[in-house]
Write a protein that binds this ligand. Structure first.
Ligand SMILES: Nc1nc2c(c(=O)[nH]1)N[C@H]1C(S)=C(S)[C@@H](COP(=O)(O)O)O[C@H]1N2
Ligand SMILES: [Mo]
Length: 530
């Protein structure tokens, strides 16, 4: 078929340039869509981060934190999905533009050149600029995987472009040759076998995430039933107040990933190394055979807005991180503990935080194995510091002497990240219409491991404050329920809350965005009293 096209330069039929470019664009978009399909198949089979994810994370990390935070604020929970959607649309457009260029000389040689060109530009230039290393050498799956998979997906694009263009051109001008059906079917089969083959081969061998009995229980991942939790004790059992222990189904989840890693406990390993006398590697059975300890910990995302719901409280069971590090013979002169994870996430805490007697390496949450979204098979709970430092899907702990900066810190988020003192009004709900008279107000307050000393409510725009009853926390690392019984009349337009932490420091009144150190300000609920 190509000979026909090539021999045919002069007298043979040719599409007008305008038409050719337009068809080229269309063919390019279609080819990019086929490539996205191949990416999705490869992603699902191998479990390894794909090109759009590597690009998204690279862009995210390199974006100025304030800008990122502003985008996040305006898009809220849809931000991640929209971001990936934008990347997918961007890929379709770039695919279309390349298709236009291809249309100037639509031969398979030119398609090959494009494939190699894309492979080098992405694998060498773009991946390096985004911090993923040449052909992904800085990522956990390594350059062999990323090199091969990039070549494969660009190959799929090239093939799809060549066939689609020939087909479109033939439809527009029947004198132009289409590629033969036999060759099309052969190429489609080769592309499919290569994609499915590479993905499955990776999963079955090097990837080590073989589907099997120890996979994260789907019953749980699908949001199944969880053990019944005790109701809040009176007087903190107001209708609408947060349950003191959050059901796993209702516990917020945040990660940088479009698709969270599905780690198979069978192939999972945790290494402890760096400034330690006895570096060690533990598998899942060895880890869960260590002396267990459990406790209640509240987690809050540093992106949580005032009044937001990115916090929850659960009972976690695991091993003391301090104990584990002592077994490894941690050096007292270590500066930080660096945590790595199966999703290529990294973060660090000061060694003193890792050696906090309450720091926990957990494998259970509310009496069940961790769910995939909460970090199965193992994750950290570090007292007093925001959620981002509580690394999920943990694979490595390394004690280092330098000031390592993690995933979000490279973007400008606070590295120390101590919890701000926060309080939230759960009841009444905003915009409730209430009748004048007695009113019970309630909610939660949290200040990391500093505890909450007191909570106050104001009905008069902060001129006066009334003390609330505060329940002791389930541990020194949890939020605390509070309740205030007040009286309202039609002069009350809003309710405000503020807490004082265990050190006697009042919650910060000044409003601040979550970026870079966590939101501050007082939660305010508008009410109408009739
Ligand atoms: N490996 C890994 N750990 C991670 C994250 C991540 O993206 N990857 N996100 C962090 C952030 S930003 C938060 S707020 C908490 C959320 O924990 P949860 O989803 O169990 O509530 O996990 C942290 N641990
Ligand atoms: Mo977070």
């Amino acid at each position: 078929m190509t000979d026909t096209l090539e021999a045919a330069t002069d007298q043979s039929p040719r599409l007008p340039d305008y038409n050719a470019r337009r068809l080229g664009f269309t063919a390019g978009v279609i080819a990019a869509a086929v490539m996205l399909l191949a990416i999705a198949v490869l992603r699902l089979l191998s479990g390894v981060q794909s090109l759009p994810e590597v690009v998204a994370e690279g862009v995210l990390v390199n974006l100025p934190g304030a800008l990122f935070s502003a985008v996040l604020d305006s898009l809220q929970h849809a931000a991640k999905q929209l971001f990936y959607l934008a990347i997918a649309i961007g890929m379709l457009i770039v695919g279309g533009l390349l298709g236009r260029w291809f249309a100037a000389a639509p031969t398979w040689q030119r398609a090959c050149k494009m494939v190699i060109g894309l492979w080098v530009v992405f694998g060498v230039v773009i991946y390096t600029l985004l911090g993923a290393g040449i052909f992904g050498s800085a990522l956990s799956a390594g350059p062999v995987w990323h090199g091969l998979s990039l070549l494969l997906i660009f190959g799929v694009y090239g093939l799809a472009l060549w066939h689609t263009y020939a087909w479109l051109a033939h439809r527009a001008m029947p004198q132009l040759p289409d590629t033969s059906r036999r060759i099309f079917l052969r190429n489609a089969a080769v592309a499919m076998v290569a994609t499915v083959g590479l993905g499955s081969l990776w999963r079955l061998t090097i990837g080590g995430t073989v589907a099997g009995g120890t996979q994260v229980p789907t019953r749980v991942a699908a949001g199944g039933s969880t053990p019944a939790l005790p109701p809040n004790p009176p007087p903190f059992d107001l209708k609408g107040i947060s349950p003191e222990i959050t059901d796993v189904n209702d516990f917020y989840t945040v990660s940088k990933n479009f698709i969270d890693p599905s780690v198979d406990a069978g192939g999972w390993k945790l290494t402890v190394d760096g400034l330690v006398d006895n570096p060690m590697t533990l598998n899942y059975d060895q880890l869960t055979a260590l002396p267990p300890t459990e406790g209640y910990y509240t987690l809050m995302c540093i992106s949580n807005e005032i009044g937001g719901d990115l916090w929850g409280n659960a009972m976690w069971r695991g091993v003391s991180l301090k104990w584990l590090l002592e077994q490894a013979g941690v050096h007292a002169d270590g500066y930080k503990a660096v945590f790595s994870a199966a999703d290529d996430y990294k973060d660090s805490v000061m060694l003193a935080n890792a050696l906090n007697p309450d720091a926990l390496l957990a494998w259970e949450m509310n009496g069940q194995p961790l769910r995939k979204e909460h970090g199965y098979p193992a994750r950290l709970l570090i007292p007093g510091i925001y959620g981002m430092k509580n690394v999920k899907w943990l694979t490595g702990i390394s004690i280092v002497a330098n000031d390592f900066k993690g995933f979000w810190q490279n973007q400008g988020w606070d590295d120390a990240a101590p919890y701000q003192t926060e309080s939230r009004i759960d009841v009444p709900h905003g915009r409730d219409t209430l009748s004048a008279g007695p009113l019970s107000v309630g909610g939660v307050a949290f200040a990391g491991n500093r505890g909450i000393q007191s909570v106050e409510v104001s009905t008069d725009g902060e001129q006066t404050w009334q003390a609330a009853q505060v329940k002791p926390g389930l541990s020194s690392n949890t939020w605390q329920l509070w309740r205030a019984d007040i009286t309202v009349n039609n002069a009350v337009h809003d309710l405000r809350v503020r807490a004082t932490d265990g050190t006697g420091k009042l919650q910060t009144r000044q409003s601040a965005d979550p970026f870079p150190s966590g939101a501050t300000g007082y939660d305010t609920v508008r009410i109408a009293v009739s």
